[in-house]
Design a protein around this ligand. Structure first.
Ligand code: EPU
Length: 418
């Protein structure tokens, strides 16, 4: 197992290229199950979660090749199962359920179970499929689902769910008649998926709003698409510039996907300028403490909460951070405290009292975004920080230590036993 070693205190300077978004690529990969043949995706990041999805598709019979571009050939899908071993390492595996049912009429998918950031059930995915006429049973930890043909339906989500919206939107593309998804997720990744489905021949309107209308079509065909830039990776490096008092240019990003994050970071004292696909970020004054609440897009994303907390731990006052999406997404708090942060936790609210400095310490990564917050803390801290269990980071940040060392960070990946 690898660890990251960081010697903090260097203001980062230079340019970072943003990779394709993991959470946009995963649903595109699942969508390949909707049409036999070769699908081609550009700008797919090289990440563990992408490999897991490739393994899952390969397990079902797809032929996958990831060179400069990702090719997925779904001409020979014969195994309609997503086994526990794959689903337990990546919840997003559940995205294959909708496409399998729509195209192949049956599916056996392991229930994902708990995860580090909360219970995260898939009841809303299943309730939606049941409304579309799918027979859903739970058996020995698996969802066993079947339907001769899916029927369009009116589905109102009790709660905004990103992968739930994606799963049902994919299922509806081949259903009989019209499906209306209400209280749908508006995330850019949902819009990107709808764009690809339309390229495949689907009829979808309203993606990016909370009401998506899908007219089922008899058949879809494979196509080609480019994955949108990762807004959370970009947001993480914006905080890296801010927390180290540096000056970074982020290229290949979509500033319009980052408006809520940009606004909060500006309130915190960062200077941010956006141009076509580029974000310039610097800080040359003290960090101001500001409050933040996570909420679905277009509000402040839960996937940036931990990173923002690292920044606030060096704020000039007190910041209240409320996590409204996941009930247990504060695993980074105890680790940041080990680095000298002063944070009080009460339920889903953290009160972050700014301190003058963080100090390097051995810490443990617990989930993807929590790990990123520890890297950010380490970049700003005095002395050496060792981050253990960084396989979480490898799930979602492409070449993080390479990108950071190229802008001046003293960061190294080492084997645990060294
Ligand atoms: N929920 C239910 N029932 C459901 C579905 C969701 O109660 O059937 C609840 C969840 O427990 C949670 C809330 O609804 O409290 C929202 O969860 P959502 O379904 O939106 O999360 P997700 O689709 O499983 C995606 C991202 C996450 C990101 C969330 C929220 C992917 C592959 N994952 O998860 O990304 O945090 O949306 O924006 O798109 C990450 O990249 O680190 C990550 C965790």
């Amino acid at each position: 197992m690898d660890k990251l070693v960081i010697e903090g205190g260097v203001p980062l300077q230079g340019e970072i290229r943003i990779s394709g978004a993991k959470n946009a690529a995963l649903p595109l990969m699942a969508a390949t199950l909707l049409a036999n043949g070769e699908h081609i995706f550009h700008n797919v990041p090289r990440l563990r979660d992408i490999r897991t999805m490739r393994n899952l598709l390969a397990h079902m019979g797809a032929a996958c090749r990831h060179e400069d571009v990702l090719h997925i050939d779904t001409s020979d899908i014969h195994n309609l199962e997503a086994p526990y071993d794959l689903v337990k390492t990546m919840r997003a595996s559940v995205l294959v359920l909708g496409p399998m049912l729509a195209r192949h009429h049956r599916a056996r998918v392991s229930l994902p179970g708990g995860c580090a950031i909360g219970a995260r059930p898939i009841n809303l995915h299943l309730a939606g499929l049941a409304r579309m006429g799918v027979d859903v049973k739970l058996d020995h930890g698996y969802v066993i689902a079947s339907a001769d043909r899916l029927r369009g339906a009116l589905i109102t989500f009790d709660q905004v769910t990103v992968t739930g919206t994606e799963n049902l939107m994919m299922a509806a593309t081949l259903a009989e008649g019209q499906t209306v998804l209400r209280n749908a997720a508006r995330e850019p990744e949902v819009v990107a998926l709808a764009e690809y489905l339309c390229r495949m021949g689907a009829r979808i309107e309203g993606a990016g709003t909370d009401r998506i209308v899908i007219e089922g079509v008899p058949e879809l065909s494979p196509s080609t698409h480019t994955v949108i830039p990762d807004r959370i990776e970009a947001g993480t490096y914006m905080v890296a510039a801010g927390i180290t008092g540096g000056n970074l240019r982020l290229v290949g990003c979509r500033p319009d996907h980052l408006e809520a994050v940009t606004e909060k970071l500006q309130q915190a004292g960062l200077v941010i300028e956006t141009h076509n696909g580029t974000i310039d970020v610097r800080r040359d004054r003290p960090i101001r403490s500001v409050d933040v609440k996570t909420w679905p897009f277009p509000a402040f994303p839960t996937d940036m909460q931990a990173q923002f907390m690292s920044l606030m731990s060096l704020g000039d006052n007190v910041s209240t951070i409320s996590e409204q999406i996941f009930e247990n997404r504060f695993m980074h708090v105890l680790e940041l405290q080990r680095m000298g942060a002063d944070i009080e936790l009460e339920g889903r609210v953290a009160m972050v009292h700014g301190v003058k400095k963080l100090s390097g310490a051995p810490v443990m990564a617990t989930d993807l975004r929590a790990s990123a917050s520890l890297v950010l803390g380490g970049l700003a801290a005095e002395g050496t920080t060792e981050i253990h269990r960084i396989y979480h980071l490898d799930r979602g940040y492409e070449a993080m230590e390479k990108k950071l060392s190229a802008v001046g960070a003293r960061i190294w990946r080492k084997r645990e036993e060294e």
